[in-house]
Design a protein around this ligand. Structure first.
Ligand code: HEC
Length: 190
């Protein structure tokens, strides 16, 4: 205990604080520079970080970002599915309301002109009977629509519609059939 505890320490410039606890006194030290630099540096970093983080996300909520990511994943899934289209996949698509509804839209805006709104044919063939000239297996139907029939009114729709829409419209055609066996198989009109 110093005799004069409140007197500033002349040598170091450090002041003793007034309070005492159990005979212990506290100095009022100036905070060291390295400590202050760390504190103000952290504050400055937080402000700059905050600014750039929100700048780069302006108008983009987390939900929108998530949805964008989901779409990328869905697109990748769809591409993967389209890349391995087989009878099974196409047949499954024809039992899926969403695909069939999308296919109906395409059919009733393009294909109906030749195949009729009821798919029973006109300029083009009947698509709901059990007779397939170019094959009634789902993949065969897909290929007919995708590649067309050279020298006839049935053009190749692949380049115009793209694989997704072709698959959908084929699903719509197949949805009128009770099985994908084709040619004299179980393709009864609904
Ligand atoms: C301009 C008229 C026309 C349009 C539009 C058209 N088709 Fe055709 N389609 C035909 C003709 C004609 C044939 C028969 C080809 C032949 O002589 O072999 C045919 C054949 C087909 C066949 C083969 C049927 C079988 O018995 O094998 C399928 C499947 C088919 N079309 C689906 C479609 C779909 C799906 C669309 C719409 C994306 C479409 N067509 C649009 C004229 C058309």
């Amino acid at each position: 205990m110093s005799a004069n505890p409140n007197k500033d320490d002349q040598q170091s410039g450090v002041r003793l604080l007034e309070h005492k606890y159990d005979g212990i006194q506290e100095y009022d030290q100036r905070l060291p520079n390295w400590w202050l630099v760390t504190l103000y540096g952290a504050i400055a970093f937080a402000i700059v970080y905050w600014f750039f983080y929100f700048q780069s996300n302006v108008g983009k909520s987390d939900v929108a970002e998530l949805e964008a990511r989901l779409q990328v994943i869905e697109a990748a899934n769809l591409e993967a599915t389209l890349a391995m289209l087989d009878n099974d996949n196409l047949w499954k698509m024809s039992r899926n309301d969403q695909f069939v509804a999308a296919g109906r839209e395409t059919f009733q805006s393009i294909c109906y002109t030749c195949h009729g709104t009821d798919l029973k044919g006109g300029i083009g063939f009947n698509l709901v009977d059990a007779e397939w000239v170019h094959g009634g297996q789902p993949v065969e139907v897909y290929n007919t629509v995708n590649n067309g029939v050279a020298g006839t009114g049935m053009q190749a729709w692949g380049p115009t519609l793209g694989p997704k829409k072709v698959a959908e419209v084929v699903a719509y055609v197949l949805s009128h059939h009770s099985s994908g066996e084709g040619d004299g198989g179980g393709n009864e009109p609904q």
